[in-house]
Design a protein around this ligand. Structure first.
Ligand SMILES: Nc1ncnc2c1ncn2[C@@H]1O[C@H](COP(=O)(O)OP(=O)(O)OP(=O)(O)O)[C@@H](O)[C@H]1O
Length: 250
C-alpha cells in the first residue's frame, strides 16, 4: 500500500463519560475513494468532525500527508489540504453560481484587496472559476442565482466550492441525503468524475452508491472500525453482515 495521505492512530473521543470513538486505526491512500459506513449512532459524523477539526480527539493522532492535524481548528486543517462539504447552508443564495465559486476561489488564496485589483490576478481567478463550473457541470447556470438551482444542482455547487481549495483530501458527508433516485444517480456520476485522481472520504447511507463508488469501505460499529476492505470483501465479511449489512448485502 502506498504512503497514506490520511492516517488515524488510536483516535478516541469522549463526551463527558461516554466514549463515542473507541480507538480508530485508519489509513487512506492517495487517490482512493473510501467510504465509512455503519449503523445510526455508530460515530460516523463524530469521526468526520475529528478529521476536519470541529472536534479535538480525546486521545490519538491524525496525520494529513504526514503532518499532525489533530486538535487544529477547521480553517487550519483546511489550509493543510483537507476540504469538507458543509451542505447547502454554505452557499450564498442571493449570489450567482459564478460569484459563489469566485468567493471560494478567493478564499483559497486569502490575499488582500490590493491583490484583487490587478486585472491579471482577476483573470486567473475567473479561469479557475470557469474550470470549476465545467467540472461540476454548471456552466449553463453560471449567471443564475444559487437560490434558483435545483436541489442536486445546489449540491453540485457546494461540491464545486469544496474543490476550490484544490484539496488533497475531500470529505463528503451524506451527499445524497434527500435526493431522488435520478438525482442520486446524477450526483454519483458527478462525484466519480470530480474525484478522479483525488482522495475522497465519504459517509453515505445509500448502499448502492457506497458499493458502486468506493475503492475501499470501512465499517464503523459502536465507535470502532470492525472491517476495512474492497466492496467485495466487505460484502462477503460475515462479521459485517451480522453487525450491519444484514440482508442489504445479499
Ligand atoms: N456533541 C456531542 N455530545 C454528546 N454526545 C454526542 C455529541 N455528538 C454526538 N454524540 C453522540 O455520539 C453518538 C454518535 O453520533 P454520530 O452522529 O457521530 O453518529 P452517526 O454514525 O453519524 O449517526 P447517523 O448515521 O445517525 O448520522 C450518538 O450517540 C450521539 O448522540
Amino acid at each position: 500500500m502506498s504512503t497514506p495521505v490520511l492516517s488515524l492512530h488510536g483516535v478516541r473521543k469522549s463526551f463527558g463519560s461516554i466514549e463515542i470513538i473507541r480507538g480508530i486505526e485508519l489509513d487512506v491512500v492517495p487517490g482512493e475513494r473510501h467510504a465509512v459506513i455503519g449503523p445510526n449512532g455508530a460515530g460516523k459524523s463524530t469521526l468526520f468532525h475529528l478529521i476536519s477539526g470541529q472536534f479535538a480527539p480525546t486521545q490519538g493522532e491524525i496525520l494529513l500527508d504526514g503532518v499532525p492535524i489533530s486538535g487544529l481548528p477547521p480553517h487550519l486543517v483546511n489550509r493543510q489540504g483537507l476540504a469538507r462539504s458543509f451542505q447547502i447552508t454554505n452557499i450564498f443564495p442571493g449570489l450567482s453560481v459564478f460569484e459563489n465559486l469566485r468567493i471560494a476561489v478567493m478564499q483559497r488564496f486569502g490575499l488582500d484587496f490590493v491583490f484583487w485589483r490587478r486585472a491579471s490576478h482577476l483573470k486567473a481567478v475567473t479561469r479557475l472559476v470557469e474550470e470549476l463550473l465545467e467540472q461540476v457541470r454548471l456552466e449553463k447556470r453560471a449567471h443564475g442565482l444559487a437560490s434558483e438551482l435545483s436541489y442536486s444542482e445546489q449540491r453540485s455547487l457546494e461540491i464545486g466550492m469544496t474543490l476550490a481549495s484544490d484539496p488533497k483530501v475531500i470529505l463528503l458527508d451524506e451527499p445524497m441525503a434527500g435526493m431522488s433516485h435520478e438525482e442520486t444517480e446524477y450526483t454519483t456520476g458527478l462525484i466519480r468524475d470530480i474525484t478522479k485522481g483525488r482522495t475522497l472520504i465519504i459517509v453515505e447511507h445509500d448502499m448502492d452508491v457506497v458499493f458502486s463508488l468506493s475503492d475501499r469501505i470501512s465499517v464503523l460499529v459502536y465507535g470502532q472500525i470492525i472491517a476495512t476492505g474492497s466492496p467485495a470483501e466487505i460484502r462477503g465479511n460475515p462479521q459485517v453482515r451480522e453487525a450491519y449489512l444484514g440482508e442489504e448485502a445479499s
